[in-house]
Write a protein that binds this ligand. Structure first.
Ligand code: FMN
Length: 399
C-alpha cells in the first residue's frame, strides 16, 4: 500500500509515510542532557520500521524550559556529542530523525526554570498563572538566535532536520495568536493577515542561512484553539500561506494550547491521577479531592472536546488545500484503515501518531504484517498527565 512507499520531506527520502509525532520523554537531566533511557527509546522506536521520528520538545534556552522534569535541551555545543549518539542509532535503522525545538514563553513556571517567565505581552496563561515579563526587541532577537543555534547544533549532531514547535501555546504560537499578541511593534499582529509571523520568519530565515538546504525545517501548528477570541479559519489559511511562501519542508497540523491541554490529546481525563500528580491542580486531602471533583471539574469539563477518530481532519484538509508542501496529519489515528484512507483518499503526505507508539513502539511492524491492525491505545491519557511527574513517559496501561 502507498503508506509503505518511500516519500519526500523536502529533499529527504523517508522509507514510508508513518511518523512518530513529538512526544515528551522525561528522560534527561536537569540541563537537558539525555540519559541512557532516551537513547534506548529512540533505538527501539527506529527498530520498529517508522519512517521518521520527531523528538519530544527540547528547549532552545534555559528561560524557555518547560516545567516538566526531565525535558531535553539543545541549547549549547556541549550537547552535540550526546545527541549525536541518538541520531547515529536511528540512522543505522534507516529511519530519519527531527529534533523538535521550542521555547515555552509564558507556559512555564519560574520556580522550575530558575529564570523569569517571559512572554509576548504581560498576559498570563490562566493555567500556568504567572505574569510574564514582556520581551523587548533585544530579548526577542536573542531568542531568535537561540532557535537558530539550536537548529545548527541539531544539524551538527547528525539530525535530519528540526521541527519548530509553533503549536500548543508555546512562544512562537503566542506571537502568532491575536488573542495573546497585543504588541504594537513589528512583532505584533499584521493588519492584513490577522496573525503575527515576524518572529517565526526571522527564525526560519536564520536557520536557512546557517544550516544546509538539505536540513529539513518542519513546523507544527494548531488549526484553532479554545480561547474566547479563537484562531479562525481565515487566520489559519494565512498561516499556511505564510509557511508555503517560506517553503518549509513539512507542516504538521495539531490543535489548541496548554491552557486547555486535554483538547490537544482528547479522550479520558484521569482525574485522580491529575489530583495526585499535577503541580498546579495537586490536591492532598480527601475532602479537597471531593470538592475539586464536584466544584472545579464541572467547569473544566464544560470546555472539553471528545475524542473522535481523526479529530484534526477538518484543519488538516484546509492546510492540504492551500499548499503543495508535505502535510503531516496528526490526532486520533488508531486504525490501520484510517492510515490508509488518510494517505490514499485524503492525499496526506505523512501520518503521525503519538500515543500508539507509547504503548507499542513496534506499531508499524505490526501494521506491515496486517494493514488492518488497530492500536491498543485506549486514550486513558495517564501518559499525558504524568508528564508533570518525575516519571519518564511510558504507557501505564500495558507496561
Ligand atoms: C505523553 C505525551 C507527550 C507529548 N509531547 C509532545 C511534545 O513534546 N511536543 C508536541 O508537539 N506534542 C506533544 N504531544 C502531542 C502529540 O504529539 C500529538 O499531537 C497528540 O497526542 C495527538 O496525537 P495522538 O492522538 O496520536 O496521540 C504529546 C502527547 C502526549 C500524549
Amino acid at each position: 500500500m502507498k503508506v509503505f512507499e518511500k516519500a519526500y520531506m523536502g529533499s529527504l527520502v523517508l522509507k514510508n509515510r508513518i511518523i512518530r509525532s513529538a512526544t515528551f520523554e522525561g528522560m534527561c537531566d536537569d540541563n537537558g542532557n539525555p540519559h541512557k533511557e532516551y537513547v534506548k527509546l529512540y533505538s527501539k522506536l527506529s527498530e520498529g520500521d517508522i519512517g521518521g521520528i520527531i523528538t519530544g520538545f527540547s528547549f532552545v534556552s534555559r528561560d524557555g524550559k518547560a516545567m516538566h522534569p526531565g525535558q531535553a535541551g539543545i541549547d549549547s555545543t556541549q550537547k552535540i556529542d550526546s545527541y549525536r549518539e541518538v541520531a547515529n542509532i536511528v540512522h543505522k535503522n534507516n529511519c530519519k530523525i527531527f529534533m523538535q525545538i521550542a521555547h515555552t514563553g509564558r507556559q512555564t513556571k519560574a520556580n522550575k526554570t530558575g529564570m523569569p517567565v517571559v512572554g509576548v505581552t504581560g498576559k498570563k496563561s490562566f493555567y500556568f498563572a504567572e505574569k510574564p515579563e514582556t520581551l523587548n526587541t533585544i530579548q526577542i532577537m536573542r531568542i531568535v538566535d537561540k532557535f537558530i543555534n539550536s537548529a545548527l547544533y541539531s544539524q551538527e549532531a547528525g539530525f535530519d532536520g528540526i521541527q519548530l514547535h509553533c503549536a500548543h501555546g508555546y512562544l512562537i504560537h503566542q506571537f502568532i495568536l491575536a488573542s495573546i499578541n497585543k504588541r504594537q511593534d513589528e512583532f505584533g499582529i499584521h493588519k492584513k493577515t490577522g496573525i503575527g509571523t515576524k518572529f517565526l520568519e526571522l527564525i526560519i530565515d536564520g536557520i536557512r542561512k546557517k544550516c544546509t538546504r538539505e536540513f529539513a525545517i518542519l513546523v507544527k501548528v494548531s488549526g484553532s484553539d479554545d480561547y474566547f477570541n479563537r484562531f479562525n479559519t481565515r487566520q489559519f489559511i494565512e498561516l499556511i500561506k505564510f509557511l508555503d511562501y517560506k517553503r518549509v519542508d513539512g507542516i504538521e497540523i495539531s490543535y489548541g494550547t496548554m491552557d486547555y491541554a486535554m483538547n490537544i490529546f482528547r479522550g479520558d481525563v484521569p482525574i485522580d491521577v491529575v489530583m495526585s500528580n499535577n503541580p498546579i491542580h495537586r490536591v492532598n486531602s480527601r475532602m479537597g479531592k471531593i470538592l475539586w471533583k464536584s466544584l472545579v471539574y464541572p467547569f473544566v469539563k464544560y470546555k472539553l472536546k471528545p475524542f473522535t477518530p481523526l479529530y484534526n481532519l477538518e484543519y488538516a484538509k484546509i492546510a492540504k488545500s492551500q499548499t503543495n508542501i508535505p502535510v503531516i496529519y496528526v490526532g486520533g489515528v488508531r486504525k490501520g484503515e484510517e492510515i490508509k484512507s488518510l494517505v490514499e483518499q485524503h492525499n496526506f503526505d505523512f501520518v503521525s501518531l503519538c500515543r500508539p507508539f507509547i504503548c507499542e513502539p513496534d506499531f508499524v511492524k505490526k501494521l506491515m504484517e496486517n494493514e488492518l491492525y488497530n492500536s491498543k491505545c485506549v486514550n486513558c491519557n495517564i501518559c499525558a498527565v504524568m508528564c508533570d511527574s518525575e516519571q519518564a513517559t511510558h504507557c501505564y496501561k500495558y507496561n
